[in-house]
Design a protein. Structure first.
Length: 485
């Protein structure tokens, strides 16, 4: 949120007051600003200095307002012409000797400054490259308060910041060809990538669930410029990505001990959680039943709305959360139920309690339920084909997504019910098959519509304009596995 800093110097006893709901770090800026102004050779006004931070009902946090307050004090005391500040925003934390320290979320601050009508932004050198990613904004890099003052006086212009370089985020992509066997799971991964569907992998320990999930980002197209900006902004605010711009989709795999606030976001001030850090990428929840029940139930609304709303007593924060969910779980507490290699030690009651940790409404929102069986040695030792490599699958996924763009619709998993029937164009045979499956498998209306979306993705992968019975049967097979298990 843009904050307007107003400074007034009046003929009263020397004192500095900062008003406008400042947090402790903002109130302490008075000492930093005073020391920095003296350090560059100017005297701090020996009168009453009142600093107002507008809007007054928004709580101000962090040290990023230091530079703006210092410039306001210099302008109010006559060291700078107030007219020279028009259309310019200032961000940065001041050291006692006047140096400018970097700050978190420079890109988010730059976008807020641009949207508020500012044409120029002055930022610390260490944060200027990130801030320069904001389009249509002149970002200048400053090393200290003295350099800012000389720029405003016209004595020595600050250099224009160069936008941050692109970088692979968060790690080099892994090749799907490294996964041996697991043909059904690999097929499900391709369908999920083509339509943006949520995926649940269920199998014994060591069967390859995590290995499969970590290869999903490589099947997705690279971030477009708008998405890259959004991802960089979120991770800049979280402090996990500074000075570079992301070019690959994020992959987040929080531990099952993560708290609700760690997943959804929170704190004071609220910051994005793992769900928002997976925006435009993949959120992998391994050992799904071990997550806190409240955290899992919160996923239901997020999967529908594609955003997280963090409500506090004084404010409400909205974080973007348009991610692709991949979850993994064992078939039972010990993990070996149904395995041909080891005996399961769990009784039926323990298995039911384990499965009951995941609610039906959450399972209903996961489009693809895939059993992952242990792979025999002859499959592990067999050579891989080029058709199953990441590059080949990624090309097929790109072609399927091009079909969706050609229809001028969002990804199939995001299709609204009003758009679904016209986009799917199911044949009469496919519709009858879906109706029989709804009755036999007792699928909910939501699950049936999700099966139709998956069938549309399967048809897009094969280049078909309509959903036929074969595509519908394959889509229902992924719902059937989840229901039966």
């Amino acid at each position: 949120m843009p904050v307007e800093v107003e400074v007034r110097v009046s003929s009263q006893l020397p004192r500095i007051d900062i008003v406008g709901l400042p947090a402790a770090a903002v109130r302490e800026s008075a000492a930093r600003v005073r020391a920095a102004i003296v350090a560059i050779g100017h005297s701090f006004p020996e009168r009453r200095v009142t600093v107002n931070l507008a809007p007054a009902d928004l709580r101000k946090t962090g040290a990023g307002l230091d530079l703006a307050i210092a410039v306001g004090v210099l302008a109010a005391s006559g060291a700078i012409e107030a007219e020279s500040l028009a259309g310019t925003a200032f961000i940065g934390e001041l050291a006692l000797d006047g140096r400018l320290r970097p700050l978190r979320g420079a890109l988010a601050l730059a976008l807020a400054a641009r949207d508020s009508g500012c044409a120029q932004l002055i930022a610390p050198e260490a944060s200027a490259a990130e801030a320069a990613l904001a389009p249509d904004l002149d970002v200048r890099a400053a090393a200290d308060l003295g350099a800012v003052l000389r720029h405003l006086l016209g004595a020595e212009a600050l250099s224009r910041a160069v936008p941050a370089p692109r970088t692979i985020f968060p790690a080099p992509l892994l090749d799907l060809a490294e996964v041996r066997g697991q043909e059904r799971a690999r097929r499900a991964l391709e369908i999920a990538a083509a339509g943006g569907h949520a995926l649940l992998l269920r199998g014994a320990p060591g069967s390859g669930k995590t290995m499969l999930a970590r290869r999903l980002p490589g099947l997705l197209p690279s971030l477009d410029p708008e998405e890259a900006l959004e991802v960089t902004r979120i991770h800049g605010v979280a402090g996990s990505l500074r000075g570079v711009i992301a070019c690959e989709r994020p992959f987040r795999a929080p531990h099952h001990s993560a708290s609700v606030a760690g997943l959804l976001g929170g704190g004071s001030p609220p910051r994005p959680g793992e769900i928002s850090l997976a925006h435009c990428g993949v959120l992998f929840l391994d050992e799904l039943p071990e997550f806190e029940r409240r955290a899992l139930e919160s996923l239901r609304q997020v999967l529908e709305d594609r955003r997280v709303v963090v409500a506090r007593a004084g404010s409400t924060c909205v974080f973007p959360a348009d991610f692709q969910l991949v979850a993994a779980m064992n078939p039972c507490p010990c993990g070996w139920r149904g395995s041909p290699k080891r005996d399961c030690r769990c009784d039926d009651a323990a298995v039911r309690r384990y499965a009951a940790k995941i609610s039906g409404p959450l399972l209903d929102r996961i489009d693809l339920h895939v059993p992952v069986m242990p792979v025999a040695w002859h499959e592990l030792d067999a050579p891989t084909s080029a058709d199953g490599a990441t590059a080949a699958v990624r090309a097929r996924v790109a072609a399927a997504r091009a079909q969706q763009r050609k229809r001028a619709t969002p990804l199939n998993a995001r299709l609204r019910d009003a758009e679904l029937d016209s986009a799917a164009r199911a044949t009469p045979e496919a519709s009858r098959l879906l109706g029989r499956a709804v009755e036999r498998l007792a699928l909910s209306a939501r699950a049936a519509r999700r099966a139709l979306r998956v069938a549309r993705s399967i048809s897009d992968l094969s280049g078909e304009s309509r959903v036929d019975a074969g595509a519908m049967a394959e889509a229902l097979s992924f719902r059937g596995d989840g229901q039966a298990s």
